[in-house]
Design a protein around this ligand. Structure first.
Ligand SMILES: [Zn+2]
Length: 169
C-alpha cells in the first residue's frame, strides 16, 4: 500500500465514510451505511460506492469474515488531516499562511488552557524578517511586484482580496 501522503486525496464524501471507520476502528458496511443515511441522507448504494473507491485508493482494507466484509484502515484521522493541510499549504502563497492561521484561531473554540498553549507556542516560534514567496511565477501576485513593472504599479493600488501586504511591524 502506498504511503498516505502518496495516495490520492480523500474527497469530501469519502471523508464522511472515513470518519465512521476511524470512529469504529473497524466495521461492517452496515454501520457506515446507517450513519451516513442519517447524517447525509445517502442511499446504501452511495455509501457502498464510496467504500469501494476508498478500498481502491488504499485507505480502506476489506477482510471477509464469511458472509460480510469488515472494513478497517491503516490511517488515523489526525495523520490524514495533516496530509490534507499539507496539500492546502502547497496550494497557497507562504505569505498568506499568517492570515490562514489567524482565520483558524478565529474559528476555533478554545479553553483557557488551549489558548495559553497557543500563546506559549507563538512566543517560542522562530520568526523571519520577510516571508519568502516560493510560488511559481504567474500564480501569485508577489512575483508580479518584482518581474513586471507595469503590473507592479497596478498592484500598488488598494487591492481588495489580496493578502500580500508586507508587514514589517
Ligand atoms: Zn507567493
Amino acid at each position: 500500500m502506498p504511503r498516505v501522503a502518496d495516495r490520492n486525496n480523500i474527497s469530501d464524501a469519502e471523508w464522511e465514510v472515513m470518519r465512521v471507520v476511524w470512529a469504529n476502528k473497524s466495521c461492517y458496511s452496515k454501520v457506515i451505511i446507517d450513519v451516513l443515511e442519517k447524517k447525509m441522507g445517502w442511499k446504501p448504494a452511495t455509501s457502498k460506492t464510496l467504500i469501494g473507491r476508498l478500498v481502491k485508493k488504499g485507505y480502506l482494507s476489506a477482510e471477509s469474515d464469511g458472509k460480510r466484509y469488515v472494513y478497517s484502515t491503516d490511517t488515523t484521522e489526525p495523520e490524514s488531516l495533516m496530509v490534507e493541510i499539507d496539500t492546502l499549504l502547497g496550494q497557497i502563497c507562504k505569505r498568506n499562511v499568517p492570515n490562514l492561521l489567524s482565520y483558524l484561531v478565529d474559528k476555533s473554540v478554545l479553553t483557557e488552557g488551549h489558548r495559553d498553549d497557543l500563546i506559549a507556542q507563538l512566543r517560542e516560534k522562530e520568526v523571519t524578517e520577510k516571508i519568502p514567496c516560493t510560488c511559481t511565477p504567474g500564480q501569485c501576485t508577489c512575483h508580479l511586484h518584482v518581474e513586471n513593472s507595469v503590473l507592479s504599479e497596478r498592484s500598488n493600488r488598494p487591492n481588495i482580496g489580496s493578502n500580500h501586504e508586507e508587514r514589517n511591524d
